[in-house]
Design a binder for this molecule. Sequence first.
Ligand code: ADP
Length: 735
Amino acid sequence: MYHLRIVLLLLFVLNYFGNNSIAQTKIYSKKEITKLTDQASQYLKDANFEKSLDISKVALRSAIDANDLYATAICYITIAANYAEMAEFDKAIFFYNKSLSYADKTNNDILRKRINNNLGNIYCFEKKQYVEGIKFYENSLKYSQKLADTNQVFMTKLNIAWAYFDIGRFEKGLPSLEFINKYNKKYGDETTVVALNMLNGMYYAYKENHNKATSFFLSAIKFGKAGNEKSDLSFAHLEYSKYLLKKGDHKKAYENLERYNVITDELYNKEKLDKATVAGINLELDEYKREIDKIEIEKKAQLQSLEKSKTIVLLFIVIFLVLLLLLYSLFKNNNYKKKTNAELSETNKELIIAKEKAEEASVLKSQFVSTISHELRTPLYGVVGITNMLLDEHKELEHSPHLSSLKFSARYLLSLVNDILQINKIEDNRIILENLSFNISDEINMIKSSLSFIAKTNDNVVQVNVDPTIPEYLIGDKLRLSQIIMNLVSNALKFTKKGEVIISVNLMRVEGKSHFLEFKIQDNGIGIAAADQDKIFDKFVQVGRKETDYQGTGLGLSIVKQLLGLFNSDISLESAIGKGTSFKFVIAFEFNPEKTNEIIKNIQVDITSVQTINVLVVEDNHINQLVTRKTIEKNNYKCSVVDNGYAALEILEKENFDVILMDINMPLINGFETTRKIRLKGIDIPIVALTAFDKAEITEEALSAGINDIIIKPFDSIKLFEIISILTSKPKSIA
Ligand code: ADP
């Protein structure tokens, strides 16, 4: 539809310009123009010049408007001929030249022949400009020969000979004379016979062949007297008189000159008569010429405006085509865009699906890791617990290599599971740093003493250097910090034999409340090759591991790096094989005495209670039941154990307890559900979830079920008693 409208608009514009280019005057058909030119010629023949010129003007306007080049040439010929007849030779020449230009445009040789001949006549015999005139004759001759118009050739040759003889160039005119002599019989007639004889007389007079000259002149006069060619007869007398004069025959010469004068007078009088008829119109001739010129100028202007219009139309077409091209490219572009967009949105959809799948897979992975580690931790907890119990109860087995191997393997497995769980948690962004108040020296010394066993094994000395300018108490996640230092120091102790491990902490700078501490763990052990230094932070990477020496998990440094990431920090390493290794990192801790006091106040708990606490353990795993019972009874607490939730509800009907340790993952009814039922019964005994699940994973559900606190298995017994102590002194609170 849009395209159609543009095309219609274009047609309208073309039509508009087209109409504009057409003249407003009455247009005659080709036939009518021919009729008009015929009429004009007829009036010219009748010497009615005024009429002839008037009609020629009308015909000319129509011919020019109709762009009829042939008719235009004819009109100009008639006009020129009218002027010639009226002895206005310059104007005649002007219009003949115009007619010649149109004849040239049409390539019409008949017109060219005719016009050139007429121009030759005017130049030679009226203007007496022979050289110019002869040129036109030669042109006319060329066209006549081309047209095989022998009559015209004959006439033109005669004129050429006469023109040359008039200017005394007899040898130049001779070939033409010879030609007309040769073809006289065939093409000559009474109109040419006088001139022919006269020209021969002239030639022989020039050649001083008196007999022949006299004979030809006399023949010319004889034919002239007999015929109608009065003008030619007058010239024959004139030329003969010139010859006689040259010969010295003055008398005859005078007689012939007389004859010439008489005939010329006669002709002149007739011409005078004709002239009188044109006298009236002669006055208007200039005006007429101006009008004719105007017609041409108008036409030229029209043509120019037509040209302009054509240019505009052409421009319009070009612009239109360019627009069309643009439109087309736009359309193509649009299509391409649509296609690409469709492809993009398709890819987007696929990406979204892939992302969802990846997220799902990630969730599944962390769920899987969490479940597996839970499943592994529970039996491991049993293995470690029972090993400890065996060692406690059977002191004679203390040096049993099997038992220590069992203890080592169980601990190794437990640390592997814990490490995997830790990494999983960090990667899932489930770790949020806690704000605890701590003393940096205490923390480091505690790490030192807890690792003293490994230090001793490898005969290493551990040195601690803490910058005295560090405030006594800082606030931050001391547990994660300890974990980082512990990992690095235990590595240093493991990979150093009979050497030294230096743990140093320096205050780098203070920005407001933030104290930037630089930690450096340096050893003089085996060192790490430069090529391995980047790799060791990747998961499960162990360099040059010797089975007998050491069995690490290959996760330690990876955990360190990720934990430091939580502190917005990074680790750097300097090491050389055989010389030792030093790890460095910087962490900012807050220094805030008021906040510190608040925290310290909150953790002041007395766990040295002498009161006997009655503990109910709800646990389905018999090994775990055993381990937990032993731990609790070791602290002189009373302990009752039930296998499941229903049994717990039952026993609670009969007995009073101070605290319930509730396993979460139990058959029949899980820990959450059991707690809910207990709370429904209005029992508000503190309940601690004892679980291998990760704390963060269950906190929300635990709280909503009515659980007071959570302890992760395998638990630190001190931590357990700390919590029991808090809960039994302040029931219903949750830490
Ligand atoms: P793991 O110690 O459990 O094998 P880590 O991630 O803690 O795993 O360490 C990766 C590896 O980096 C180690 O196996 C050991 O080759 C190298 N490494 C770490 N700390 C040191 C150190 N202080 N000296 C020499 N090598 C070390």
